[in-house]
Write a protein that binds this ligand. Structure first.
Ligand SMILES: O=C[C@H](O)[C@H](O)[C@H](O)COP(=O)(O)O
Length: 233
């Protein structure tokens, strides 16, 4: 079954990713189903003696990591992270990502920005030639909502306010998420720059130059895409 296969793929990349973690590392802990598997695998290594300090990228991850006994530092109090492990909703071989399917994009972006080694783990369903089949999640301050929607429509985005259980989805930072369909995105970096200029957007889910390694599981293998060096923003 497709889902069982996807779960096996997620486990394979999670196991591959934690091999990059060294003793005493400060580790950025991502959010979502794939990152969750990696966090559980890390906790197993800790039982066998690995010492790490985690920096969670969401309240859900904080709760999970704390329940597994992983010592934590608050994101707002760190200025450097050795390695981060996180999932993605889409990626290209050019290391362009869409993230934020779980609504954690803002803190995930800060975690990635602070990290020296940025590892993304995915199953094979996430690889695309062009970003954009997955709508771009954007975190919006509620007081700027209508203004931001108008600006996004000027960029030819089709905007949907995210709901969960019949209520507006509220992020860990007490904001809204809009999921924006821009069609297939030819120039993700350019779109990211345009989104950065809209007042009222806290963060968008286009991640450029924020990844050093992508581990993707496919047909029982883990495929590694590596950047030779971190490109600075
Ligand atoms: O906000 C959520 C994150 O960006 C996740 O990393 C992303 O949605 C992928 O999640 P999953 O591993 O569950 O597919």
């Amino acid at each position: 079954m497709a889902n069982d296969n996807q779960n096996l793929e997620k486990l394979a990349v999670a196991k591959a990713a934690i091999k990059f973690v060294k003793n005493n590392d400060v580790v950025g802990l991502g959010t979502g189903s794939t990152a969750t598997i990696a966090i559980k695998e890390l906790a197993k290594l800790m039982v066998n003696g690995l010492k790490i300090i985690g920096v969670p990228s969401s309240e859900a991850t904080k709760e999970l990591a704390a329940s597994l006994g992983i010592p934590l530092l608050e994101l707002g109090k760190v200025n450097s992270i050795d390695i981060s492990i996180d999932g993605a909703d889409e990626f290209t071989e050019n290391f362009e990502l869409i993230k934020g399917g779980g609504g954690a994009l803002f803190r995930e972006k800060i975690v990635a920005s602070l990290s020296k080694n940025r590892i993304i783990i995915t199953d094979s369903s996430k690889k695309v030639n062009n970003l954009g089949a997955f709508k771009v999640p954007i975190e919006v301050l509620p007081t700027a909502y209508q203004y931001v929607v108008d600006q996004l429509e000027k960029l030819e985005g089709s905007v949907t306010l995210r709901y969960k259980d019949d209520k507006i989805f509220i992020t860990d930072n007490l904001n809204y998420i809009v999921d924006v369909d821009f069609g297939l995105i030819d120039y993700p970096e350019k779109l990211g720059v345009a989104l950065n200029q809209i007042d009222g957007i806290l963060a968008h889910g286009i991640f450029i130059k924020l990844t050093t390694t992508i581990l993707m599981a496919k047909d029982g293998n883990v495929i590694t895409y590596s950047k030779k060096q971190i490109e600075e923003n």
